[in-house]
Write a protein that binds this ligand. Structure first.
Ligand code: PLP
Length: 361
């Protein structure tokens, strides 16, 4: 036998929201915060175009897309980098900023990819406690050391659904040492209707020491195509471009993303749908003593503390009916909660009926 030597990581591999249940051909998947309305008809048309030339390498700089993004969000195209999902941009940021023993601060309950990529490059991940499932400025500041290089933050946060207000975000930047990069992940920004919220991009467009993440996986419904982008200082973007895999974003994804930015009607329809159903679901679940965060993004963190059932029991009961939620126990390490994605009208109705039958037995 040959003993092959390779690095060992103390990492729990990312487990995505489940999309299959044994014995069910069609399931209702409310586990991955995907778009309730799928993708826009205009984008579908682009993807179905027979003239897409897929035997050529894609534009490695995603130039047309960066121009479209800069128009749509009134920002500088030379400060944008596109990635195979914002995921890949997180990975590149970790490669660029973190040496072994450097520290990256992440909130206690936060998107798992920050800690995974930080650990892969040898950095230490420092967890900042949250208060009632909300990111705490104080706890983040407390964790800062000489070795801190990056603070990662999704706003609103996944999986908790809570968010820092505009004022809190500004204060956080002010209180962090200037040479620490604050990464604000705007993955769910489009859904936000809350008056005291402002996206990272809107707040920090001109800051040298803030990096913004955006994705086409959520409201635009392009998760399978793997496309997202980052926005930062010209210096950081230039450095990222040196380590970026040459053809990281495929041609179909680039074209679909350009078109999706033009279809603002689809986006407003999605936002409206989301707000109506998130509110409905929240009120509905409250009747069964299942509490959740204030409506924000396209998901709710369901808290079973006051409920007569445990989250685990509820999860299994739903699964038997072909409905799948996101467990928060492994990975996120939150006990007795589940994350529910707002689905299509049919999904939500099916879910509510299933809940009624679980409780009325
Ligand atoms: C879903 C999600 C993303 C998107 O990841 P992609 O790689 O772009 O699909 C990024 N950040 C957070 C917090 C998310 O929940």
């Amino acid at each position: 036998m040959i003993t092959m030597r390779f690095k060992k990581f103390d990492i729990e591999a990312y487990k995505p929201g489940k999309s299959r249940i044994k014995k069910f051909r069609n399931i209702t998947k409310l586990s991955a915060n995907e778009s309730a309305l799928g993708i826009s008809a205009r984008v579908k048309k682009i993807i179905a175009n027979k003239n897409l030339n897929l035997s050529r390498y894609p534009d490695g700089k995603s130039k047309a897309l960066r121009i479209q993004i800069s128009k749509k969000f009134k920002c500088n195209k030379d400060r944008i980098i596109c990635g195979a999902g914002s995921d890949e941009v997180i990975q590149m940021l970790c490669q660029l900023f973190l040496k072994p023993k450097d520290e990256a601060i992440v909130p206690q309950f936060s998107f798992l990819m920050y800690r995974i990529y930080a650990k892969i490059v040898g950095a230490n991940v420092i967890f900042a406690k949250e208060k009632k499932f909300k990111v705490s400025l104080k706890e983040i500041i407390k964790r800062v050391s000489k070795k801190t290089k990056i603070v990662f933050l999704a706003n609103p946060n996944n999986p908790t659904g809570t968010y820092l207000t505009k004022d809190e975000l500004l204060e956080l930047r002010k209180r962090l040492r200037k040479d620490i990069l604050l990464v604000v992940d705007d993955a769910y920004a489009e859904y936000m209707k809350n008056k005291d919220y402002k996206s990272g991009l809107d707040l920090f467009k001109n800051k040298e020491n803030v990096f913004i993440l955006r994705t086409f996986s959520k409201i635009y419904g392009l998760s399978s195509l793997r496309i997202g982008w980052g926005y930062g200082s010209k210096k950081i973007i230039d450095a990222l471009n040196i380590i970026k895999p040459p053809f990281n974003v495929n041609e179909v994804a680039q074209k679909a993303a350009v078109e999706s930015l033009k279809d603002s009607k689809f986006v407003s329809r999605s936002v409206k749908h989301n707000f109506i159903y998130a509110t409905k679901l929240k009120i509905f679940l409250n009747k069964y003593d299942i509490n959740s965060n204030k409506v924000s993004a396209n998901f709710l963190l369901l808290d079973f503390e006051k409920c007569k059932f445990r989250a685990n029991y509820f999860y299994k009961k739903l699964k038997k009916k072909g409905i799948i939620l996101r467990s928060t126990e492994d990975g996120y390490k939150i006990k007795n909660t589940l994350r529910l994605t707002v689905g299509s009208k049919n999904d939500n109705v099916k879910f509510m009926k299933a809940v009624e039958s679980i409780f009325n037995k």
